[in-house]
Design a protein around this ligand. Structure first.
Ligand code: SF4
Length: 363
């Protein structure tokens, strides 16, 4: 990853109680129309447990040892992404949270997963994701559990269900609040499915209110924005709107092509050239510099960096809504390598097709 300096330059608050959120999640899981999950065999035929980090082959270092060692040298904690729930109040065309899970794990299961991750990678941090993680009734309890075990906790959410009350209850224990914001244009958001079933969106005014209050409650909580670029928003320039909120990191991803038995987003995939044009339009950089590299970090201002990533495969430790550590480098779907409730997380990491270099370049 290259690091590049480029320093230049109405409220729609949804009033949602914890129980109504929980009811929504339950009914979604029952009636959302997504198909039953197809059972995918665990990857046992090719034992990757002795797989070595490519750059250290001669030293015989396994991936888990490499992660532990790098974390301790760099003091950057290894981050596990806990995808608590597949259900969401939005239905984005580019969503890759397709785990085939119709039942949520219990809070006890997730506590066990957190304990097992901490045993495998002491000092690791947790990013709570989904689906929409605020639909999980035990979101706060799980975030609190991770925090009380000494781990940094972040969340990635579409933000629609965030209330002022939620912020007052949760901002104090969050290291980072991540918001998925792909566009500020209502028409684009509706086309993308980045809206509720009745077409309601999170407005720019509400985004400002949320981020301002989070900073008031916890000035140390970082605000991160994730933007996914697909054919529906590729021509937009949102830099000014992003700079209008107190963002410390803006991640701009090229949409991943994803397909399983029931879902296929190939019609809104963009080319590398189109993605690079979006970056150039929004950051004022030469697209040439992005041609041969997967990722870059730009400095957009003194307080905001931008991470540009063409490909996430193998750069993400993901535990799906079934509790499985999953590999996304094998095909266009997720392949479970270990169940983190009952299995050995360290052994699972060693069997993952994790690109350790890409992983570290992202954090
Ligand atoms: S908000 Fe996130 S989890 Fe929900 S549908 Fe969109 S991409 Fe998927």
């Amino acid at each position: 990853m290259r690091h590049i300096n480029n320093t230049t330059s109405t409220s729609s608050s949804a009033v949602v109680t914890r129980s109504s959120v929980s009811d929504f999640a339950e009914s979604f899981l029952k009636f959302n129309g997504r198909p039953e999950g197809t059972a995918i065999p665990f990857v046992m035929e090719e034992d990757r447990s002795q797989a070595e980090y490519p750059g250290n082959a001669s030293r015989g270092i396994t991936r888990s040892a490499m992660l532990n060692s790098y974390a301790s040298e760099s003091r950057k904690p290894v981050k596990f992404n806990l995808h608590l729930i597949e259900a969401c109040n939005y239905s984005c065309r580019h969503c890759f949270a397709k785990f085939g899970s119709r039942k949520m794990l219990s809070f006890d299961n997730w506590r066990t997963i957190v304990d097992n991750c901490l045993r495998a990678v002491p000092g690791c941090s947790f990013n709570i994701a989904g689906g929409e993680p605020l639909l999980a009734a035990y979101f706060h309890d799980l975030a609190r559990y991770c925090h009380d075990r000494g781990s940094k906790v972040s969340v990635i959410t579409n933000g629609y269900l965030i209330t002022d009350k939620w912020i007052r209850e949760n901002a104090g224990i969050l290291d980072t609040l991540g918001l998925s914001l792909d566009s500020f244009d209502e028409g684009t958001l509706v086309k993308m499915g980045r809206c509720t079933r009745s077409g309601k969106i999170l407005t720019a005014g509400r985004i400002k209110e949320i981020t301002t209050l989070v900073k008031e409650v916890n000035p140390d909580c970082r605000i991160k924005v994730n933007t996914v670029v697909c054919s529906l928003n590729r021509d937009e320039i949102v830099r000014e709107q992003i700079m209008d909120i107190p963002v410390s990191r803006w991640k701009i991803f090229k949409m991943m092509s994803f397909a399983n038995d029931s879902f296929n987003n190939s019609d809104i995939v963009i080319s590398d050239e189109e993605y690079m044009r979006y970056i150039s339009n929004n950051l004022g950089t030469s697209s040439e510099m992005l041609k041969d590299e997967n990722s870059h970090i730009f400095s957009l201002s003194d307080t905001c960096s931008v991470v540009v990533e063409k490909n996430l495969d193998g750069g993400y430790l993901m535990i799906d809504a079934n509790g499985n550590l999953v590999d996304n480098t094998i095909n266009t779907n997720y392949v479970p390598v270990v169940n983190c409730v009952t299995g050995d997380v360290r052994d699972g990491i060693n069997r993952l097709g994790l690109d350790t270099e890409l992983y570290w370049s992202r954090y």
